[in-house]
Design a protein around this ligand. Structure first.
Ligand SMILES: [Zn+2]
Length: 234
């Protein structure tokens, strides 16, 4: 994901560089590359952040970047200082690269966070103990106490702490309405707001909260509804 943002930045940077190298004045905020505008959807930076945080929106976001570039191109042409043909050429190169990105990007697959087999599947079950749920809203994955728990896909930590029967739990927001949850952890090594990549260690397996023994209780939540994680893990 980080590589994608870098390469997308390169595409637009390449366009700006071409314009600059030909001494074309581009009517874009010159401090753009030095400022953090990641929260502003009106800036290119904001659009880039949208691209990485929501892979399914990527095609729409690339269209927005194209529109933005198109507006900049028009301004440069209107200045009338340089051959329109050259400006069009530089612009088309940038657009072609963006189109390539659109075609090759697929949503990331999810990985098994501990690599262990399923010891209790998703759905109705006999209660493993009286205070446990009879409708299992996640899967239990075999894991030993202290074993590293990895982020199933890249995203942003939306919760890290204690939560009732879950014990110590980490929740990661992957965008597109998808979240993953990792419960009963013996320790947590991330905090709310952290960006994680797929495979990053987020904590260690354990049996905090309502658990009969050390394992990882793993959930996938689609638009706040808990769904079978095994439909997502490849
Ligand atoms: Zn469970």
């Amino acid at each position: 994901m980080k590589q994608e943002i870098v390469s997308l930045k390169k595409v637009v940077k390449a366009f700006l560089d071409k314009i600059n190298s030909m001494w074309y004045k581009i009517a874009i905020d010159t401090e753009f590359w030095n400022k953090d505008k990641s929260n502003d959807p009106k800036t290119l930076e904001g659009l880039f952040m949208g691209v990485i945080t929501d892979s399914k929106k990527r095609t729409d976001d690339i269209e927005k970047i194209k529109t933005n570039l198109s507006q900049e191109k028009r301004k440069v042409i209107e200045e009338g200082k340089y051959p329109k043909e050259d400006i069009e050429k530089a612009y088309n190169t940038a657009i072609d690269s963006l189109e390539d990105k659109k075609e090759t990007k697929e949503p990331e697959n999810f990985i098994n966070p501990v690599g262990g087999k399923v010891t209790s599947p998703f759905g109705p079950r006999n209660k493993p103990r009286p205070d446990a749920s009879s409708n299992h809203k996640g899967v239990d994955l075999q894991a030993s106490s202290g074993q590293s728990v990895k982020a199933s896909a890249s995203g942003t930590v939306s919760f890290a702490g204690e939560q009732g029967g879950y014990g110590n739990i980490v929740i990661i927001d992957h965008g597109s309405g998808l979240e993953t949850a990792y419960a009963h952890l013996s320790s947590i090594s991330v905090k709310k707001g952290d960006e994680v990549s797929q495979g990053d260690t987020i904590g260690a397996a354990g049996q905090t909260g309502t658990a009969t023994g050390p394992h990882l209780h793993f959930e996938v939540r689609k638009n706040n509804t808990k769904v079978d994680p095994m439909d997502y893990i490849t």
